[in-house]
Design a protein around this ligand. Structure first.
Ligand SMILES: [Zn+2]
Length: 671
């Protein structure tokens, strides 16, 4: 695959919205800002194919040549995220049907049925036009298919295909009945034609979660097919050009591990909410890096200033775009791309930030910051491209588990998988301990990890618990939590006590789980062999009433009828150790427990730093690159100890205490 030779800097550009004079001015400003990659024409299907099979590519040919004459490369996007009106009008079956059975109207983007054969036919046809024209264009850096997939559909075509998908998955109807446990509520089906898409949702009872779970798997598979429909066309013209798409910031609805297997590189759009803490953003980057086993990813979009679609669209403060950009690169991005280069005159996103705003001026704060960042990235060259992040801690992230956990009715409506991952991730972030996110499968190799963290691994698919058990037996540390090991891959609860097949490794069994109201809490009293800085901590949300079998009890509940019973345990198993937290402790406990586990597992952070200061390290062919990032608005420090670094941007030599101004960044090499 063709590799980049520099950090790609730029983003979405929509020249079809502008006249010639504006485009000429844009080229001048792009050169000034150090832009070297433009993504286009993401939404231009209607202009490129004004009627079925009639193409007008002349304007795109001209603009690509013009961009290339200005020394800028292109990420060429098939424009299939927004089908033209004639396609929706002539073939209404391309439009999605929503969960209430309404065939939706034309006018939105990413608003098509991924299973529509007509959509796929026309999408492949225009992908052929792209391949034929541009697959060997010297400006072409990568292909970008469609945009932010993730539209559900409940049309007759999807209904028929879902039945076929189930037939292929389960073989016979008896097997399906067993897997879905349809005996409950008398939901037995006698033929695949009797199966309905899960469209009945109401406030009292949810649809059978096993059916809903399979629908989400089905939607992932169909969306992957829809992507591959175009990918295969593009690859047929030039297999060297990487093909990717961009994942929306909201990443729950499609299994991204399954999707990523079909991509040459992961691309994602980072739009943090103003209130998102830095560790939450860092975690999402780490998840994206994990999708292809630690391979660097494409930061496909971020806003060079405020967004427009949040309730309150705060300006990014001076230095904030630079900080967020380097944070992405610190966690594995090899690009720094924005939506968008020039702010659109009208439409849904007219108030979305852009490098060139409505004023059209280059003497704005946003443009000046973009220009300064462009100069820095040019100076960094190919320093850390394709560099990996060495990590000795793995977090398990399973989309199926995420869906099933949050589809469950009970024990608590507040179960939030991403929030729980984030709560356990935060202490590692605060200690500058690198974390990989991995997909728990039967053949996942944990041997490189000293510690595996599995927050709310509700579902254990075949072989997963066995692999984790062997990992612990062989000397690994495993940290599991409440709501782990309850169900199989079809959301059937395990018999023989939770945490199911992990019971032996954990050395406990869970008898029942209390769900507290948000205003309620319990306490956690530290006891036994583990010394922590405090004797009491708060806990709440969910409280397992559990029994230690071979495990040592590290903490017990302080209150309620289960006061004095275990809530945190540690089990020596084989050559390893399995830790279990049966409740949701306050953050201070997770900090102290993380310290204790890391001490035992021999895991250390990169450097010490003050709160809000982050340090990461990427290692590649050109050596190690260290990123120091201050997420505070005020000055704060990292402590390098005896390590010696050189700032790649200023040339300064650094050791010991390093001051970083508010939102300051240092990109360094090791001496
Ligand atoms: Zn459909």
């Amino acid at each position: 695959m063709k590799q980049a030779d520099r950090i790609y800097y730029g983003g979405d550009y929509n020249p079809d919205q502008w006249d010639d004079a504006t485009v000429a001015e844009d080229m001048r400003l792009f050169r000034q800002a150090g832009i070297n990659l433009l993504t286009l024409p993401v939404f231009s299907w209607a202009k490129l194919e004004p009627e079925e099979g009639v193409y007008d590519f002349g304007w795109l040919d001209a603009i690509i040549d013009r961009i290339w004459q200005n020394g800028i490369r292109v990420c060429l996007a098939t424009p299939t995220a927004a089908q033209p009106a004639w396609l929706s009008t002539r073939y209404p079956e391309v439009l999605p049907v929503d969960i209430q059975g309404r065939r939706r109207t034309h006018g939105m983007r990413v608003f098509f049925c991924v299973n529509s054969l007509k959509y796929r036919e026309r999408a492949a046809a225009i992908a052929h036009e792209f391949g034929r024209r541009y697959a060997h264009h010297p400006a072409l850096a990568m292909w970008h298919v469609a945009n932010e997939y993730g539209t559900s559909c409940y049309c007759p075509a999807c209904q028929a295909k879902f039945r076929l998908w189930l037939r292929q998955r389960y073989g016979g109807i008896e097997e399906l009945n067993a897997r879905w446990n349809t005996a409950f509520w008398g939901r037995t089906v006698y033929a695949f034609d009797e199966i309905a898409l899960p469209t009945e949702l109401n406030d009292d009872y949810r649809f059978n979660p096993a059916v809903q779970l399979d629908y989400m798997r089905f939607l992932t598979d169909c969306t992957v097919e829809c992507f591959n429909n175009e990918r295969d066309v593009l690859k047929s013209y030039n297999p060297e050009i990487p093909v990717l798409t961009n994942t929306s910031g909201f990443i729950k609805k499609l299994d991204q591990f399954a999707f990523a297997r079909n991509l040459d590189a992961v691309g994602w759009d980072n739009y943090p909410w103003p209130q998102d803490p830095p560790h939450f953003v860092a975690m999402k980057h780490d998840i994206m890096r994990g999708l292809k086993g630690g391979q660097s990813f494409v930061l496909a979009e971020q806003s060079p200033n405020q967004q427009n679609w949040q309730p309150y669209n705060r300006l990014k403060r001076p230095g904030e775009v630079r900080l967020l950009s380097y944070q992405a690169m610190a966690h594995g991005a090899d690009t720094c791309l924005f939506f968008q280069m020039r702010q659109s005159a009208a439409g849904q996103e007219k108030f979305h930030g852009a490098i060139i705003g409505h004023s059209g001026r280059s003497d704005t704060r946003v443009f000046r910051e973009a220009e300064a960042l462009g100069k820095e990235l040019a100076a960094l060259g190919d320093r850390f491209l394709q560099a990996r992040t060495p990590a000795r801690v793995a977090f398990l992230m399973d989309w199926n588990s995420w869906w099933a956990l949050e589809l469950a009715s009970g024990p608590s409506r507040d179960m939030d998988y991403l929030k729980t991952l984030s709560a356990y991730y935060r202490p590692f972030f605060a200690r500058n301990i690198a974390v990989d996110f991995v997909d728990p499968a039967a053949d996942t190799d944990y041997s490189g990890y000293a510690l595996v963290v599995a927050p709310m691994l509700y579902m254990t698919k075949p072989g997963v618990a066995e692999a984790l058990t062997e990992y612990v037996r062989g000397g690994g540390h495993l940290l599991a939590t409440v709501m782990t090991g309850l169900a199989d891959e079809n959301d059937r609860c395990v018999f023989g006590a939770y945490p199911g097949k992990l019971r032996e490794a954990m050395g406990i069994w869970v008898e029942e789980t209390d769900a507290l109201r948000p205003e309620e809490g319990n306490g956690l009293a530290v006891c036994g062999p583990l010394k922590l800085p405090r004797e009491r901590y708060a806990c709440g949300f969910l409280c397992d009433v559990l029994h230690a079998e071979s495990a040592e009890v590290l903490a017990v509940y302080a209150d309620d009828f289960y006061a004095g019973t275990p809530c945190v345990t540690r089990n020596r198993f084989g050559a390893g150790t399995a830790w279990y937290v049966g409740t949701q402790p306050e953050d201070a406990f997770l900090d102290d427990l993380t310290d204790a586990i890391c001490r035992e597992a021999g895991v250390e952070g990169l450097y010490a730093s003050e709160p809000g200061v982050e340090a990461t390290r990427r290692v590649g062919e050109r050596g190690a690159t260290v990123f120091l990032l201050n997420h505070n608005a005020h000055l704060a420090c990292a402590d390098l100890g005896g390590a010696r670094l050189a700032d790649l941007l200023t040339g300064e030599k650094l050791t010991g205490r390093v001051e970083l101004p508010g939102r300051g960044v240092r990109v360094c090499r090791e001496l």
